[in-house]
Each structure stands twice: as structure tokens, then as C-alpha cells.
Design a protein around this ligand. Structure first.
Ligand code: RIB
Length: 307
């Protein structure tokens, strides 16, 4: 599928419990099931782009431990390239996830581990992959110096750069100007712009603020309300697709990975956003994160049916 996609970001082993309600401070709840599986926003997005048919290189870091071995085994099973899956002495990251079985919403604690310790020098060891990419996708679940180095290399090489600013955080202003697309959800858009995101009608103002920061296009994901995309000239709502949600964890990752794959394949911002929206929709119908990423045929089927 078109040009190469490089995803720079985290791997985490997801430890997920389904619960009757997300525990409040000081509360213990009894979960109804537990599952362990590959996750981490960067890794999930790379898996999503790969399953969507893109030629993907994931740059990430794991520890020399059982979770790191599980990550490698998963990538091998998926047929993903592993030359930029680095190993180090810091333990592999993990995430503790509670999924509310009534609403399918979640609460997540990430311990970044190896990916928190990934350095700009680690990125340099994968410089040629970044320089050869058509689209570079990154998030904020690794350390910011390394994210900035990826953006510097990608920008100098002329790649299209997509930042999914998750977990919510802010890059230095000069880096916002290097981004082709920023893809926050509501809470991330609120934190970056300082504008309230109470309803979907708040999205256009937040998107305009992101453009004023120097980003070329803004794509704000709105959960069950779809998404809003603008490049400053054309603005469009991406309509939601109704499905029965089982687990919303990783839906944003499915959206971003498939969106990057679609951009690399030559779709414009709005068609790629619709493609990502179809992938995110399919993801919520399955439990788990990386294993819940949909395949190209499934995405294309829903993409065409929802037109
Ligand atoms: O976006 C979902 C992901 O966030 C999970 O896989 C978890 O690892 C956290 O990084």
C-alpha cells in the first residue's frame, strides 16, 4: 500500500480486567475477566497500519525480559519488520487497564519502562528508516527528546509527519510547526489549545487554534461522535458509524494507524480520516488492543458501506 510508514512509539504489555465499574480512589472492585496481550500506543498504531496494508517500520524499545520476548513473538507472527525494535536494560513497559463492561470505556495506567528510556541516540540508529518514509507517525508515550529527534529527521527528509498527542501533552511550539497533521481526541485537544471541548461543536474552534500554532491540518477524534478534520481551506465532519462497542481501548490507535496507511497510499486528509474512522469503529467491536486491530479487507468493506 503506497509509500513507507514509520511509526515511532511505545510497546506496553496490556494487563486488562473487565470490571462492573471503574474503581474510584480507595475502592476495590471485583473484575469478571483478565487478559494479557500486546499494546502500547505506538505498537498498536504500527500493527493497525500493517494490517491495513502499509509497509511499516516500527521504532520502539523493549527490555530483555518475558514481555519483550512476547512483543517480538507477536511481531513475528504478524509478519512485521523488527530491525528497529530495540532492546535495552530497562524493563519492558506495561499498562494496567480497567474496562467498564457496561460502557466499554476504560481507565489506563501506563508504566513506560524501556520506551520511557528510549533516547534520541536510539532514534539515530534508525535514521535511515525515518528518512525513507513517506509518512511518519508518532505519539507522546515515549520520551519527548526522542519524539523531537524523529520529527527533526522526518521534517528534514520531507516526510509527512502525523502526531497523535497521546497521552495528552504539549511539544515545544517550534515542533508544532513541523507537523503535517495532529490528531488529538477531545481531552488532548483541550489540553493543547486551552479551549473547552464540552461538545462536538467545540471542535472547529480547537482545530483553528491548532492551525494557528502552525500545524498544517487538524483531525480531532470525537469518540462515538466521529471526527472533525480541517486543513484551513476545507473542513469536514467525519460521521460516526454505529456499532455495538465491547471495548474502546485502542480505538484511537486503530484510527491513527489506518489513517497513516491511507495517507501513505495516496488518500487525501478527508478520505484517510474516513478510512481511519472505519478502522477505529471496527476496533471497538473486539476486546484487547493490538489483537483487535482490523485488517484491510474489513476496513475497506466498512469504508465503502459507510459512504
Ligand atoms: O491506546 C491504548 C493503549 O494505551 C493501550 O494498549 C495501553 O498500552 C496504553 O498505551
Amino acid at each position: 500500500m503506497g509509500k513507507k510508514v514509520v511509526v515511532f512509539g511505545s510497546f506496553a504489555m496490556d494487563l486488562t480486567a473487565r470490571v462492573p465499574s471503574i474503581p474510584r480512589e480507595g475502592e476495590t472492585v471485583l473484575g469478571s475477566s483478565f487478559a494479557m496481550g500486546p499494546g502500547g500506543k505506538g505498537s498498536n498504531q504500527a500493527v493497525a497500519a500493517h494490517r491495513a496494508g502499509a509497509d511499516v517500520t516500527l521504532i520502539t524499545k523493549v527490555g530483555r525480559d518475558a514481555f519483550g520476548e512476547a512483543a517480538r513473538a507477536f511481531y513475528k507472527m504478524e509478519g512485521m519488520r523488527m530491525d528497529c525494535v530495540l532492546s535495552g536494560d530497562v524493563g519492558t513497559g506495561c499498562a494496567l487497564i480497567a474496562v467498564d463492561e457496561r460502557t466499554a470505556q476504560n481507565a489506563i495506567v501506563v508504566v513506560s519502562g524501556a520506551c520511557g528510556a528510549i533516547t534520541a541516540e536510539d532514534v539515530e540508529s534508525c535514521r535511515s528508516a525515518v528518512e525513507g518514509a513517506g509518512v511518519v507517525l508518532t505519539q507522546l508515550e515515549t520520551n519527548y527528546d526522542a519524539v523531537c529527534r524523529v520529527i527533526d529527521i522526518a521534517s528534514a527528509a520531507g516526510a509527512r509527519i502525523v502526531l497523535n498527542p497521546a497521552p495528552a501533552g504539549k511539544l515545544p511550539p517550534e515542533y508544532m510547526k513541523k507537523l503535517d497533521v495532529v490528531t488529538p481526541n477531545e481531552t488532548e485537544a483541550e489540553l493543547i489549545t486551552g479551549l473547552p471541548m464540552r461538545t462536538k461543536q467545540d471542535a472547529p474552534a480547537a482545530a483553528r487554534m491548532l492551525l494557528a500554532m502552525g500545524v498544517k491540518a487538524a483531525l480531532i477524534t470525537l469518540g462515538k461522535n466521529g471526527a472533525y478534520a480541517t486543513d484551513g481551506r476545507i473542513s469536514r465532519w467525519i460521521e460516526p458509524i454505529a456499532v455495538e462497542a465491547v471495548d474502546t481501548t485502542g480505538a484511537g490507535d486503530a484510527f491513527n494507524g489506518a489513517f497513516a496507511a491511507a495517507l501513505a497510499a495516496g488518500m487525501d486528509l478527508f478520505e484517510a480520516a474516513r478510512y481511519g474512522n472505519a478502522a477505529g469503529t471496527l476496533c471497538v467491536t473486539k476486546s484487547g488492543t493490538a489483537p483487535a486491530m482490523p485488517y484491510r479487507g474489513q476496513i475497506e468493506d466498512l469504508f465503502h458501506r459507510s459512504r
